[in-house]
Ligand binder design. Structure first.
Ligand SMILES: [Zn+2]
Length: 235
């Protein structure tokens, strides 16, 4: 082999070797960057979707409005490490009036109010004056508020801060009930009445569920969701 041939062989070998390294290195970098993309996007994409899909599937069976999905999803997300049965029992709502059965309820969520200016966005649970009002879920009494429309009202916020239950038109508050007090599911909060703008002939509990953020105050705008499907599947 001549000097020239040997020299050519060295150059060709070096060129092929570096080409292989460039291609290999390039694809390694591609893999690395796509792997890091997967790592950064997966939690955001994946976290809400499986639970949201489950909640929708459950609700589509009943044909009910699916306004309750956020609560279901939030409950699942908030109790990551909880076992399924205990997570389920803590997020089930109780009908917040003593002796009222699911069949006694009617869905008044989309009824017009204020002459059609707004929707009711709550459920009215009819019951004799003086019937006990019970906490639909555990939480903290955030505000006892006397309002022109709602009369004697109670705002109870969930432990995770994202849900407020609003009880209105009460006749009386339970003895000793104070702001900041923690209440358990089923605890007596007061009695059914017609305070505020409710008719004296039709005492009832006006019960609303509002989705909010832990930072938002009790009086700030929040997203209402329909209590009816949640209460009619309550035990
Ligand atoms: Zn009402």
């Amino acid at each position: 082999m001549s000097i020239v041939d040997r020299f050519l062989t060295i150059i060709i070998t070096a060129t092929i070797t570096s080409a292989v390294w460039i291609v290999a290195g390039g694809s390694l970098m591609d893999n690395a960057s796509s792997a890091s993309q997967i790592g950064s996007t997966r939690p955001a994409e994946a976290a809400p979707s499986p639970s949201a899909t489950m909640a929708v599937a459950t609700d589509s069976a009943t044909g009910e409005e699916t306004g309750d999905d956020p609560v279901e999803v939030a409950a699942i997300l908030d109790t990551e490490s909880a076992t399924a049965p205990s997570a389920r029992s803590t997020r089930e709502l109780m009908i917040p009036v003593m002796n009222i059965r699911p069949d006694d309820l009617s869905d008044t969520y989309t009824d017009a109010r204020a002459g059609g200016d707004r929707l009711h966005e709550a459920i009215d649970i009819m019951a004799p004056r003086g019937t006990s009002v019970l906490a639909a879920a555990p939480g903290t009494v955030e505000k006892l508020f006397l309002s022109k429309a709602g009369g004697k009202t109670i705002y109870v916020r969930s432990e995770n801060g994202t849900t407020i239950h609003y009880y209105a038109h009460l006749d009386q508050y339970a003895d000793g009930l104070v702001e900041g007090q923690r209440v358990r599911r089923g605890q007596r909060l007061g009695t059914v009445g017609s305070s505020g703008n409710a008719s004296d002939e039709a005492p009832h509990l006006h019960f609303a569920i509002m989705r909010t953020t832990p930072e938002a105050e009790w009086w700030e705008p929040a997203n209402a969701l329909n209590p009816y499907p949640l209460l009619t599947r309550a035990k």
